[in-house]
Design a protein around this ligand. Sequence first.
Ligand code: SAH
Length: 237
Amino acid sequence: MRILLTEEGKAFQVKDQDVHTQFGVIKKAAITKAKLGSTVTSNTGKAFVVSELTFLDAFRKIKRGPQIIPLKDVGAIIAETGMNKDSKILDAGSGSGALACFLGHLVKSVISYEIRDDFAEIAEGNVKKLGLKNVTIKKKDVYKGITGKNLDVIILDLAEPWNAIPHAHTALKPGGFLVNYSPTTPQVADFVNNLEGFAHLKTIELIEREWEVSGRKVRPKSQGIGHSGFLTFCRRI
Ligand code: SAH
């Protein structure tokens, strides 16, 4: 699969047809003939570099149902738990499956629980679209239990995460990580105050402030992501 990149860094996915962009139309025939790294031109004269589609390009186009977790928070989850190609992960709820898919691209396996049929369907569609064979969406209530043992990491992104703490304890390996992602402070308090059998490592909020760099006009952009959620990292003891 290919994408067309502009000098501004905009990426347009190539399907089996002409590509329509805000910079004009690029003919399918021109793209098919072009070598990777060469330039094709739209009917308005805009240049595009033909490149290979990466996982991240495809990930950015996944279908959205419930609010997905932002990349800044995904990055912290990966770094703070040290998950890797051998890790077995459980994620709940799936929502749009964004977190499950991103992690699936990096780790051994991801099982993701979702109680709503419509969201499970969106998440499953995204797993398929991204071609991830190691990500399984299960129609299951995580408050009722977690099947599986010796998991490396469990991530919770749902309204009442404290209900899943005892199940997470049973399913995680000793020293395994439990991560909670909640948008509000009462959720953080109720989660941390109910931690039994876990060490609370830390609770953080990541603020990303993007800067505009245009010649010597270098200043924070006036708009950006506001608050997303608090991340709480714990370890099974
Ligand atoms: N992290 C996800 C978004 C999760 S949104 C992403 O990046 O795409 C939260 C989801 O949790 C919702 O879809 C909701 O239906 C689901 N949910 C709520 N309670 C649940 C439960 N007890 N078990 C499983 N899923 C649950």
